[in-house]
Design a protein around this ligand. Structure first.
Ligand code: UDX
Length: 423
């Protein structure tokens, strides 16, 4: 099929290379000219395992990038994959979704061939039918006889997004008519996963609930970890026993410094905001958010317990990305940890395999090391905030520190004499 994808970010570009890999011809439309130029030269604008190889394979033959919406007219399906950021209150900013819908509508004006518009961006339940569809019908001056719509949320995890696209647990398709369902079922037929068809707003809601539940599991593990730490119990031992129950599953029960990323925190806030707008009090979701917000504080409280005042102390921070295998620092717990250390007058020297340049944009004044040993040499303490595989075997490097105080925000080190944030 000929497909256009609006948005060349983590979701849009991974979806584009995945659809090209399935045998479709895909045009990625993004207003950022430098990003479009990078994609057309088969360069990935961000790190994602497997993305570079798929760009090399498909760019110029079945994958193209453009800054204009003209290609939408030649495509059978267009995906809206632009970001939908939420503010502190959880109110979701739909500006990019609305402008994409208008541009798609204008590009579809005067055409008679059936076209399906798919909303993959995470939008509050009800948005597709109350905002996006009316915009596209209005701008295109067409109706449901030649336009189909679907909400098709993605569940890709950064750092494994390409694998998650090709091997999802399920594909959720929210549709309002049979033609859109048939077209999307055919488009996804080569992927070995159940296709769950539902209403458009159920699909929109399933995305929020999935992420809110994942966040709940993590905050639950962290709350249990905080309790266990007082009892000198390793929460990882406890969760190994608890998670082996098929009703619970071991996944997403890893306690640590809290969940980050651009999705879990945002979608949790959005669901809270939605509930409150409906007059429902989301007690549990508020608690999940509160546990997560308080978790990073435990890192510097532990440091103060071991070092006393942190002023002028040299603290090595290993790991800046919100998780391994990505350069993304959005929502990273490293941000509040560094903020607090900086505010307390500590000298921070940070290292991350991929995310240093992104973090330099947030904290231009702190020092950045080129490798772990440079960060550790002479440090009074070390906090490990991202479980990069290369940290696993660190041991003698910690002896280069002034004092060997090692605090794990993520469980990864094999060596002895270290302490976990909640283990
Ligand atoms: C998440 C959802 O998993 C994905 O389905 C959705 O499409 C986008 O949001 P992502 O944010 O990329 O994916 O990363 P994920 O692997 O979910 O981790 C999110 C955060 O939770 C990370 O900061 C990670 O360190 C943390 N986490 C994860 C834990 O603290 N404990 C866990 O057990 C798992």
């Amino acid at each position: 099929m000929d497909i256009s994808v609006i948005g060349g970010g983590y979701m849009g570009l991974v979806t584009s290379v995945g659809l090209a890999e399935l045998g479709n011809t895909v045009t990625v439309i993004d207003l950022n000219e430098s990003k479009v130029a990078m994609i057309n030269s088969a360069q990935a604008p961000f790190f994602e395992p497997g993305l570079h190889e798929l760009l090399q394979k498909h760019v110029g033959s079945s994958l193209f990038a453009s800054t204009t919406f003209e290609d939408v007219a030649d495509s059978e399906i267009s995906f809206i994959c632009v970001d939908t950021p939420a503010d502190e209150t959880g109110h979701v900013n739909l500006t990019k979704v609305k402008s994409s819908a208008c541009s798609i509508g204008l590009a579809l004006q005067g055409l008679e061939t059936f076209h399906t518009v798919v909303i993959k961006s995470t939008v509050p339940p009800g948005t597709t039918e109350s905002v996006i569809i009316p915009l596209i019908l209005g701008k295109s001056k067409r109706n449901f006889s030649t336009l189909g719509f679907s909400a098709n949320p993605e569940f890709l995890r950064e750092g494994q997004a390409v694998a998650d696209f090709m091997h999802p647990d399920r594909i959720v398709i929210g549709v309002s008519d049979g033609r859109a369902e048939e077209i999307l079922t055919r488009m996804y037929c080569k992927i070995d996963a159940p296709i769950l068809t539902t209403s458009i707003k159920s699909a929109e809601m399933a995305k929020h609930v999935s992420n809110a539940f994942l966040a709940t599991k993590i905050s639950f593990a962290n709350e249990v970890g905080n309790i266990c730490k007082n009892l000198e119990i390793d929460v990882y031992d406890v969760m190994r026993c608890v998670g082996s129950d098929h009703r619970i599953s071991p996944n997403f029960l890893s306690a640590g410094v809290g969940f980050g990323g651009s999705c879990l925190p945002k979608d949790l806030k959005a669901l809270i905001h939605l509930a409150e707008a409906l007059g429902e009090e989301p007690f549990l979701l508020h608690a999940v958010k509160k546990v997560n917000e308080k978790q990073p504080e435990r890192i510097y409280r532990l440091l103060e317990r071991k070092l006393g005042k942190l002023k002028n102390k040299r603290i090595a921070v290993l790991g800046l990305a919100f998780k391994p295998n990505t350069d993304d620092i959005r929502g990273s717990p490293a941000i509040p940890v560094i903020q607090s250390l900086d505010a307390k007058g500590a000298t921070v020297i940070a290292y991350d395999p991929l995310a240093v340049e992104n973090m330099r944009g947030v904290f231009p004044r702190i020092k950045y090391a080129k490798h772990p040993l440079e960060a550790l040499t002479g440090a009074d303490a070390c906090v490990l905030l991202t479980e990069w595989p290369e940290f696993e075997c660190l041991d003698s490097e910690f002896d280069a520190m002034q004092t060997r105080i090692v605090i794990e925000g993520r469980k990864i080190l094999l060596c002895k004499n270290k302490e976990g944030v909640c283990w």
